[in-house]
Design a protein around this ligand. Structure first.
Ligand code: PLP
Length: 412
């Protein structure tokens, strides 16, 4: 008997009940954590007001940064709308702290596509400035190679970089325990090595964040998880005070640091978005799990499996070729609240080596905490789905995807 899309989804949801409950428990824990940080910092309505000029004494900006520091259990934070993306936030951590002759070691293999430019490809990259770069590949199971890391860290290792999310790859996201293992290992060998985590897509997926797992510094994008779908741009960096200070002199100017920087529009979306973030992340995790369950049931390879422990909000599904990939992306686009009639194509994008196709019918341009689906034009032909402001929207899109698979008898 062929079940229709909604019947399939209802059956899946019944089966996933306990898993959903565990996701809800994490969201509850994180919601309280965020709420307490708001209360401890005595948030007032005037903190949302814009500032101008140099942005001196911008009380709201300071309170927001203090809340981020508290939520991420860090000594200090930089949270700015002027940070143009996650890549910019990560780049600032690297350029703000590394000097010629220093060594950067990626311990989670090849980093996310846009970071290749920062490190070694683009003009003005780290390597061209005399910074040494090397990486420890993941092991055959796609996990961090602890022995390889132990062999590579030494007295000259200035910074170790950990990427929490899978990025555009099929390896699994790191969970917090794995981040802790790496941090301990590195600090045992060289306590002075700065441990930096690219936390993109990881925020609020688990009950603890990288700094709690021994990381010195972490960064991410506000148009992903922590912006809760409301922040219209920006990035954040959290970590040890001296590191944040160093980075602040890079982001503004030596001697100026964090004290400057006006927020030209209301800061309410940054506050409210952070408040919403644990719940929004829950919506997208439920959507991702549903996607995994349904596509796996229909015979597709999915990464992670629906009930795997998750370290990020990304759900990868493998297809046969770029035509199928485009069709999945097109279905997501077509069922989005914005730009639903746009026709998608692969295209060059700054920072990406391969052409990419991105379905992002989003309120905030390119926001991937909103339901979005993208894929680089390369093997294996996978789509990377993430986000979803409401589980109901995710569910509807899954139903549309099921219909198109059934119509095409097993392929998309
Ligand atoms: C999204 C992402 C980034 C940064 O990308 P931006 O599009 O510049 O925000 C970096 N690393 C990972 C793992 C990411 O997912």
């Amino acid at each position: 008997m062929i079940l229709n899309a909604m019947d399939r989804i209802k059956k899946a949801e019944k089966f996933m009940e306990d898993y959903f409950t565990s996701l809800e428990e994490t969201a509850y824990h994180n919601q309280l954590k965020v709420l307490q940080a708001f209360q401890n910092n005595r948030v007032r309505e005037f903190h949302f007001h814009p500032s101008s000029g140099y942005g001196y004494d911008d009380a709201g900006r300071e309170v927001l940064e203090n809340i981020y520091a508290e939520v991420f259990q860090a000594e200090d934070a930089i949270v700015r709308s002027q940070i143009v993306s996650g890549t910019h936030a990560i780049s600032a951590c690297l350029f703000g702290l590394l000097e010629p002759g220093d060594s950067l070691l990626s311990v989670t293999g090849k980093p996310y596509d846009t970071l290749a430019g920062i490190i070694s490809k683009a003009p003005g990259c780290l390597v061209s400035k005399g910074i040494n770069y090397s990486e420890v590949p993941l092991d055959n199971a796609g996990k961090p190679d602890l022995q390889g890391i132990a062999n590579s860290v030494n007295s000259g290792t200035t910074m170790v970089m950990i990427q929490r999310s899978r990025g555009y790859s099929l390896r699994s996201a790191l969970n917090i325990d794995e981040i802790q293992q790496i941090s301990r290992l590195v600090k045992e060998i060289n306590p002075d090595t700065i441990i930096f985590a690219d936390n993109c897509y990881g925020e609020f997926v688990e009950q603890h964040e990288p700094v709690e797992a021994g990381v010195d510094l972490a960064a991410g994008s506000l148009i992903k998880n922590p912006g809760g779908g409301l922040a219209a741009s920006g990035g954040y960096i959290v970590g040890k005070s001296p590191l944040i200070e160093g980075i602040s002199y890079y982001l503004t100017a030596p001697g100026l640091g964090k004290e400057l920087g006006a927020t030209l529009s209301s800061k309410r979306p940054f506050f409210q978005g952070l408040f919403m973030a644990p719940h929004i992340v829950l919506q997208s995790l439920k959507g991702a799990a549903l996607m995994a369950y349904i596509f796996s049931e229909m015979g597709f390879e999915v990464y992670p499996n629906w009930n795997d422990r998750r370290g990020d909000i990304v759900q990868a599904v493998k297809f046969k070729n770029s035509r199928e990939v485009i069709q999945v992306c097109q279905t997501v686009q077509q069922n989005s609240p914005v730009d639903s009639d746009v026709h998608l194509e692969y295209a060059e994008l700054p920072g990406y080596a391969d052409k990419v196709v991105m379905a992002a019918g989003t309120f905030v341009q390119g926001s991937s905490i909103e339901l979005s689906c993208d894929a680089p034009m390369r093997e294996p032909y996978c789509v990377y789905l993430q986000g979803g402001l409401t589980y109901e929207h995710c569910k509807y899109v899954v139903a549309q995807l099921i219909e198109s698979v059934i119509l095409n008898k097993g392929s998309i």
